[in-house]
Design a protein around this ligand. Structure first.
Ligand code: HEM
Length: 405
C-alpha cells in the first residue's frame, strides 16, 4: 500500500475508529514518509511515525509551531496565539515559566485530597446509578466529571459553569481535528473563543475584587503587581488553553483505559495496593491509547529528516500515537503490558512544549484507577464503545458498563 492510500485510510471514518493498522502500515515505509499528494493549501510535507525521529523533532527548539495563514482575523486563532501552547520562544518561554511556577510539588500534593474526594463522590454516584444491575455510561458518570471537577477546583472555576463550558470546549476541539477546518466549525470555534474570553474577563474582575486561594486569584494578583511578564489578554488566552488541554485528554485517559484494564483481570486483581503497578497502568494506557494522536512542527530551514527532504516553513505531521507503537522501541507494540520497561511514551509530547499538566493527569489516574476497580470488582463493559470520531483527540465518548451491583 502506498503512503497516499495509507493516509486516506487513516483519515477515513473507519481509520479514525481504529487508526492502528494504518500506523503499522506507515511504519512499514520507515520512520518518515513524504506526503505524495497534498491536500489543497496544506503545508504538511511529510508524516513521521518513528519514535526516535518524532522525539528528535519535538526536542529541537528550532522546529517551530506555525500559525495558520490569516490567524489574526479569527478570534479562536488569536486566542491560541496568545497562549504558550501555540507560540515559540521567547514568548513561549516567558508564558510557560509563569504557569510552570504554579505547578509546584506543593500544589500537586494539595491536589491529592481533592482528587480522592472527587473520585470517591463520583464512585458513590456510580454505585447508586448502577444499583440493581442498571447499565450506566462510565464517561458521563466518571471519566468526564472527574478531571473536569478536579481542574475546576485547581483553576478556580465554579462547578455550576461546567456544563456551559463543556460545549465551548467541544466546539474548539472539533475545529482542531484534521478535517475540522470547515466554515461551520470555524464559526463555532470563534464563538466559543469570544464567549470564553468574556467569561474569563468577568471571572478575573470578580477574583480581583474578592481573591481566593485558587490559581486565577494568584495569577491575577501577580499580574496586577507586575510580578510576572504576562498581559491580562495573555492570562485569558492561557487559562482557556490550560483548561481545554487538561480536560478531554484526561477524560480519554480514563475512558480509553478502562476497557484495556478490564481485558486484563490479572492486572486488575493486583492493582489495589500496588502503586508501582498503578503508575505503570497509567503510562501504558497512555502509550497504547494516546488521547492526542498527532502534533506538527515546521522546519526552520531547508533540511532533510530521515532521508526525506523538508523545505523551510513546511510542516511535518508527527504521529505521536503511531510513534508510541513503534516496534523498534516497544517490542510487541500492540500488547498491554503495564510492567514494560522501555522509553517513555510520547503521549505528553517531549521537549520545550512537554505537557505542563502531565503530573496532574498521572496523579489522577494513579489515584482513581485502583479506587474504581477496588470499589467495583465486577465492573464489565456491556456494549461496544463509541469513539469521538476525531483523530487529533481520539477517545471513547460513551462507554456503557455494569457495576455488578
Ligand atoms: C492524559 C492527559 C493529557 C495528555 C495526553 C496531554 C497531552 C499533551 C501534549 C501531547 C502536549 C504537547 C503539545 C505540543 O507539543 O504541541 C501537551 C501540552 C500541554 N498540556 Fe497536556 N495533556 C494532558 C493533560 C493535561 C493537563 C491535566 C493539563 C493542565 C493541568 C495540561 C496542560 C497542558 C499545557 C498547558 C500544554 C502546553 C505546554 C506548552 O506549550 O509549553 N495537559 N499536553
Amino acid at each position: 500500500m502506498d503512503v497516499d492510500e495509507i493516509l486516506t485510510g487513516l483519515y477515513s471514518e473507519p481509520g479514525r475508529q481504529n487508526p492502528y493498522p494504518w500506523y503499522a502500515a506507515l511504519h512499514g515505509h520507515g520512520p518518515i514518509s513524504t506526503v505524495p499528494t497534498r491536500a489543497e493549501h496544506s503545508t504538511i510535507t511529510a508524516v513521521a511515525v518513528g519514535y526516535d525521529l518524532v522525539g528528535q523533532v519535538l526536542r529541537d527548539p528550532e522546529w517551530y509551531k506555525q500559525a495558520p495563514p490569516g490567524w489574526q482575523e479569527q478570534e479562536i486563532l488569536r486566542t491560541f496565539n496568545s497562549s504558550m501552547m501555540f507560540v515559540n520562544p521567547p514568548d513561549h518561554t516567558r508564558m510557560r515559566s509563569v504557569f510552570a511556577k504554579t505547578f509546584t510539588p506543593r500544589r500537586l500534593g494539595a491536589l491529592e485530597p481533592v482528587i480522592v474526594r472527587v473520585v470517591d463522590t463520583l464512585l458513590d454516584r456510580m454505585a447508586e446509578a448502577g444499583a440493581d444491575g442498571a447499565e450506566t455510561d462510565f464517561v458521563a458518570d466518571f471519566a468526564y466529571p472527574a478531571p473536569a471537577l478536579v481542574m475546576a477546583e485547581f483553576i478556580g472555576l465554579p462547578e455550576s459553569d461546567l456544563d456551559w463550558y463543556r460545549q465551548r470546549v467541544d466546539w474548539i476541539d472539533e475545529f482542531l481535528d484534521v478535517a475540522g477546518k470547515t466554515p461551520q466549525r470555524l464559526t463555532q470555534a470563534n464563538q466559543a473563543a469570544e464567549e470564553l474570553r468574556a467569561y474569563y474577563r468577568d471571572l478575573i474582575a470578580h477574583r480581583r475584587a474578592r481573591p481566593g486561594e485558587d490559581l486565577i486569584s494568584g495569577l491575577v494578583e501577580a499580574v496586577d503587581a507586575g510580578d510576572v511578564a504576562l498581559t491580562e489578554e495573555e492570562l485569558i488566552g492561557n487559562l482557556i488553553v490550560l483548561f481545554n488541554a487538561s480536560f478531554v485528554t484526561t477524560v480519554y485517559m480514563f475512558s480509553n483505559g478502562l476497557p484495556l484494564l478490564l481485558a486484563h483481570p490479572d492486572v486488575v486483581a493486583a492493582l489495589p495496593g500496588d502503586d508501582a503497578l498503578a503508575r505503570g497502568c497509567v503510562d501504558e494506557v497512555l502509550r497504547l491509547e494516546s488521547p492526542v494522536h498527532f502534533l506538527a512542527r515546521a522546519a526552520p530551514r531547508d533540511t532533510e529528516l530521515g532521508g526525506v527532504p523538508v523545505r523551510r516553513d513546511e510542516n511535518v505531521l508527527l504521529m505521536i500515537a503511531g510513534a508510541n507503537r513503534d516496534p523498534a522501541r516497544f517490542p510487541e507494540p500492540d500488547r498491554f503490558d503495564p510492567r514494560r520497561d522501555g522509553p517513555p511514551s510520547l503521549a505528553f509530547g517531549v521537549g520545550p512544549h512537554f505537557c505542563l499538566g502531565a503530573a496532574v493527569s498521572r496523579l489522577e489516574g494513579r489515584l482513581a484507577l485502583p479506587r474504581l476497580l477496588a470499589r467495583f470488582p465486577r465492573l464489565t463493559v456491556t456494549r461496544p464503545p463509541t469513539y469521538s470520531g476525531s483523530l487529533f483527540l481520539r477517545g471513547i465518548d460513551k462507554l456503557f458498563v455494569s457495576t455488578g451491583g
